[in-house]
Design a protein around this ligand. Structure first.
Ligand code: SAM
Length: 446
């Protein structure tokens, strides 16, 4: 692949995601690596790709008056119009005429003359007439769905669970760029040393919002630094870091992480064990198990044992002091990081994955020692995958209950303002700017 302009690269990534069902973050990272763009261009490419994907429904609505309903557009033409209108509406720093000029040039390179003229005509009309207002949509749910670009069924589910305003706030938060946060490897260093080490490599960082081992990046590329290679930190959101705190890790414990890849929480547990104890790290997919081993090696952790293993078939011996089930889920708490998942998942997926979650919890819980603690977490805010899974498990297993001391292990701000119910803690993406998550801790008495 030769050198592409930022918009050509954006179109290629969007096309790959749309046609090959490729993962958005992997395709984008691939392109960023191949094209070796400057920091400024990398940021622009990321913004155009994520923004265009996230705003798909709104962009369809904006473009509808300028397109003939009967004419089916080729996918690349649709995406070129989308990414151009995205820039015209949401990015102030590029003048419309430059956006249109580049779109027409790309259309000319990829299509015949007619397509070039078509793209030019549509975009000039948008520039002249402006996009239609969503205020004319009478149904409030439909209006919010178009305005925030979330499928109506998904928004309706959130309205039923959290109320209209909270659901819409969540949808709006999902369209904001995610914070880049990392977890300091406390076995090797501390937060201030990592800030200084990154600064010497041109990356600026500040302390996180919730936890002392968290740092937020404010500029630069932390994962291309020597500090990263040396294992001083790991990419992780602060909500995800909280999960390990709920486990209440102590020295020499035997820990099982049932759904461990790529190893974010496994390595956090191992760091808290500080060279003692063991973490058995299971994952269903052998290729992902490799990633756990790589992360443990980079961080210098020698107490991690990755295994390809279906968590639904965990053997009940040996008994563990701590078990983490960071279950596979719909991922609706991390839409900011994977904007396309809102369009990929269907309502039936929620029920299907909740069944898998039940199976994993039922099987793995039997490997917990009496007096031990089990944390169940997901990066989704769907109650069917969270509270409902836990409630069903507890009603079938009288030897388990929610750990009453769980709240004490949360930072003060979450103890005061967190969405805690008797079944666990839910964090919505708008609450603290961290990922949407659910987590709870269960104890076993018999
Ligand atoms: C939410 S991700 C885990 C993220 C990981 N805990 C971390 O912090 O980096 C869920 C993982 O569960 C794995 N998985 C899905 N079904 C599984 C099963 N039946 N048994 C074990 N792992 C499973 C997936 O491959 C995926 O890596």
């Amino acid at each position: 692949m030769g050198k592409l302009t930022v918009r050509e690269a954006a179109l290629d990534v969007l096309l790959k995601v749309a046609q090959d069902e490729a993962f958005s973050h992997l395709s984008l990272n691939d392109m960023l690596k191949k094209q070796r763009l400057s920091g400024r261009d990398s940021r622009l490419l990321t913004e155009i790709v994520y923004g265009t994907m996230a705003r798909r429904m709104t962009l369809d609505y904006y473009l509808a008056p300028f397109l003939k309903k009967s004419k089916k557009l080729e996918e690349w033409v649709r995406l070129l119009l989308h990414l151009s209108v995205y820039q015209m509406v949401y990015l102030d720093r590029v003048p419309d005429r430059a956006i249109i000029h580049e779109a027409v040039t790309i259309a000319g390179k990829r299509g015949h003359k007619g397509i070039r003229g078509f793209v030019n005509g549509v975009l000039r009309s948008v520039q002249r007439q402006g996009v239609p207002s969503v205020q004319t949509i009478a149904d409030p749910l439909e209006k919010a769905a178009i305005e925030t670009s979330h499928p109506k069924w998904l928004l309706a589910r959130w309205v039923a669970q959290y109320g209209f305003d909270t659901a819409v706030n969540m949808a709006e938060a999902n369209n904001k760029p995610p914070r880049v946060t990392v977890r300091v490897n406390v076995c090797k260093t501390n937060a201030d040393e990592v800030i200084a080490s990154l600064a010497s490599e041109g990356v600026t960082a500040v302390h996180g919002r919730l936890l002392p081992e968290a740092l937020e990046m404010t500029s630069g590329q932390p994962f291309s630094t020597q500090s990263y290679q040396k294992g001083l930190f790991t990419a992780q959101d602060e909500s995800a870091m909280l999960v390990t705190h709920l486990l209440d890790i102590g020295p020499n414990m035997r820990v099982l992480d049932t759904c461990a890849a790529p190893g974010g929480k496994t390595t956090h547990i191992a760091e808290q064990l500080n060279g003692t104890g063991t973490v058995d790290a299971y994952d269903l997919h052998p290729h992902k198990v490799k990633l756990i081993a790589e992360q443990a090696a980079r961080l210098g952790l020698t107490n991690v044992y990755p295994v390809a293993q279906d968590a639904r078939e965990v053997k009940s011996e040996p008994l563990y002091d701590r078990i983490l089930i960071d279950a596979p889920c719909t991922g609706f708490g991390v839409i900011r990081r994977k904007p396309d998942i809102r369009f990929r998942k269907q309502e039936a997926d929620v029920k299907a994955i909740a069944t898998v979650q039940q199976e994993i919890l039922r099987a793995a819980a039997l490997a917990l020692a009496p007096g031990g603690k089990l944390v169940y977490s997901t990066c989704t805010i769907e109650q069917e995958e969270n509270e409902a899974v836990v409630a069903k498990f507890l009603s079938d297993h009288p030897g388990f209950k929610v750990d009453e001391t769980m709240k004490e292990r949360l930072p003060a701000v979450l103890q005061e303002k967190g969405r805690c119910t008797p079944l666990g803690l839910t964090i919505l993406p708008q609450d603290f700017g961290t990922d949407g998550f659910f987590m709870t801790c269960l104890t076993r008495s018999i």
